[in-house]
Design a protein around this ligand. Structure first.
Ligand SMILES: Cc1ncc(COP(=O)(O)O)c(C=O)c1O
Length: 296
């Protein structure tokens, strides 16, 4: 991770249609998105100069905004184009891409009907989300105090900034206790996901993963399900209770940032980094490479 603060990196940021110098991509303290978390974002990765599943991410950004009643004033094609052009202008081929849309400053009460919907895109170099040496051994997860909310309590299907408050709290607590991340249960007490990644388990050669009915159905999650099926593995999406973890032999996380990361421990439960996890780590790393270089 860079030791330079993120507002002091080099290059340009795409900001409401213009490429502005990195240090000048600012917003005012009286911004609705900051005070009331009226913001939605995406996390994407470029491999070998191409952003993996870019259009799926941009479509999700649009959907996330719609769920919050925000209309992003740029089409999916315009945003895709801005992401691709910015990646080139940044001179990066392996990088992290962060589009974010937020309500501006026109109104500062809870109601913000007329606020401008702003959009910015930043791209920077970002290595492995978890320490590489930890990742190969499998990372250790704490059990989070907070639970993913009932979809009647919060717009669970939107990648909305506000939903990350409990993720940061859970991740900070886990790190303070010596873990890499935390497993969050959902409002019913079922296994949900980690603070920024979905979760899979293996039992008797079959993959089991929670049904994404109150958390993001990750793009990586769906990719890994396809890859697993291609290998002939059975994948079961279902409600998983925490006590079932004693019967699972392998566990891994999936996410754009986390990619496929094996898990060795969740509280009292231990898992091995087995053949199925290892195969899917490798299959995913192959799948994200642009077609041209993958064929080489
Ligand atoms: C809370 C949460 N769950 C799951 C995911 C995985 O989603 P994706 O695979 O689309 O990156 C992410 C990452 O975006 C996330 O932040």
């Amino acid at each position: 991770m860079a030791s330079v603060p993120f507002d002091q990196l080099d290059g340009e940021i795409w900001y409401n249609g213009a490429y502005v110098p990195w240090s000048e991509a600012k917003l005012h303290v009286l911004t609705h998105g900051l005070h009331y978390a009226s913001a939605v974002f995406e996390g994407e990765r470029a491999y070998g100069g191409e952003i993996f599943k870019l259009t799926e991410h941009t479509e999700r950004l649009h959907r996330s905004a719609e769920i919050l009643g925000m209309e992003i004033p740029y089409s999916v094609a315009e945003i895709d184009d801005a992401c691709r052009t910015l990646l080139k202008r940044q001179g990066l081929s392996d990088a992290y891409v962060r589009p974010i849309a937020w309500r501006g400053s026109e109104m500062m009460g809870v109601s913000a009907q007329t606020n401008r919907i702003n959009l910015a895109i930043a791209i920077w170099q970002w290595p492995s989300y978890f320490k590489p040496e930890e990742r190969l051994k499998g990372i250790r997860l704490d059990q989070a105090e907070y639970r993913r909310p009932d979809p009647r309590t919060a717009p669970a299907k939107s990648k909305a900034a506000g939903l990350y408050m409990i993720c940061t709290l859970s991740k900070h607590r886990a790190e303070a206790r010596g873990y890499a991340d935390a497993l969050m249960l959902d409002w019913r007490g079922q296994v949900a996901e980690a603070t920024g990644a979905n979760i899979f388990f293996v039992k008797d050669g079959v993959l089991h993963t929670p049904t994404p009915d109150c958390f993001l159905d990750g793009i990586t999650r769906r990719t890994v399900i396809e890859l697993a099926k291609k290998r002939g593995y059975e994948v079961v999406e279902r409600a998983i209770m925490p006590e079932e973890m004693s019967g699972f032999s392998e566990c891994f996380l999936t996410g754009t940032a986390a990619e496929v990361t094996p898990v060795s421990e969740i509280g009292p439960y231990n898992f091995k980094v087995g053949e199925i996890s290892t195969n899917l780590v490798n299959d995913y790393m192959q799948a994200v490479q642009p077609l041209q270089s993958a064929a080489e």
